[in-house]
Design a binder for this molecule. Sequence first.
Ligand SMILES: Nc1ncnc2c1ncn2[C@@H]1O[C@H](COP(=O)(O)OP(=O)(O)OP(=O)(O)O)[C@@H](O)[C@H]1O
Ligand SMILES: [Mg+2]
Length: 311
Amino acid sequence: MTHLVSVRDVFGIDTDLAVPALTEPDEHVPEVDPAYRFDRAVTLALLAGFARNRRVLVQGLHGTGKSTHIEQVAARLNWPCVRVNLDGQLSRMDLIGRDGVVVRDGQQVTEFQEGILPWALQRPVALVLDEYDAGRPDVMFVIQRVLEQDGKLTLLDQNRVIAPHPQFRLFATANTVGLGNLNGLYHGAQKLNHAQIDRWNIVASLDHLPPQAEAGIVAARVPDVDADLIESMVAVANLTRAGFRVGDLSTLMSPRTVITWAENVTIFGDVGLAFQLSFLNKCDDAERPIVAEYFQRCFDRELDEPPVRVA
Ligand SMILES: Nc1ncnc2c1ncn2[C@@H]1O[C@H](COP(=O)(O)OP(=O)(O)OP(=O)(O)O)[C@@H](O)[C@H]1O
Ligand SMILES: [Mg+2]
């Protein structure tokens, strides 16, 4: 059962659209995060995915909120949502299933145990393939089959064809758009077959937000930290991103790291120490002076000066 909900009321986006939400509760529906801020374009893309059964791939730098964005849209639509990480560990058998030994009436019998793909296909579930660009080729070819128009999955050794449930949905997130590890940030990112990319109906992009929007997200997440302080923290993050773009730095500060930094400020009560522990120590030795200078520029004090109590 579904009912319509207003996109304006539920997502705070200025539109008259209404989208279906599921009526029955389910243990796989993610919990609503009231602090989550929806990006307009990404939200509309994801809603097309849910409402019109489009395959949506969300692409963007690390820690920009891709995975949680899908989860939070699902949470608001009461749509069960299951995330699978396509890292190098996941095999074709994990996806499809395998024969396993089970005990039935006191007897050990061999029985086919469905993998995550047939399990999800038969349910009203949004399946999110995280790190889509890290998937192994054998795994990708299995997925390619359900990306076809009718999305049926054939279990060859089972002699079974599984047709998708009308409310089954498929999403993916990736750091790259299938061109591999071009900028050196994403080890393990594979070059994707273009026949693969072609099968995604919508590609949404979620990258760094304007400073005010990012500060708003951090403030919503970590309300105990002062707004001015958050503004300076986001400014540091943006300097690292600019530094990365021109080749001064080999890393950059993700929105996730800014949130972690703010959380660490509430733990240590010192923005400089929290910065060292959340980001500086992840940087290459040779680049630390540059990063320390970014801090100095935004906070008007040296990193190694005695702490200013902030929380
Ligand atoms: N718009 C937002 N509102 C509130 N919190 C956000 C928002 N965007 C990101 N976050 C927070 O930032 C963190 C990182 O988000 P998430 O894990 O979804 O990023 P990601 O893009 O999937 O990263 P990766 O590429 O590393 O998988 C999470 O804690 C998330 O809650
Ligand atoms: Mg993710």
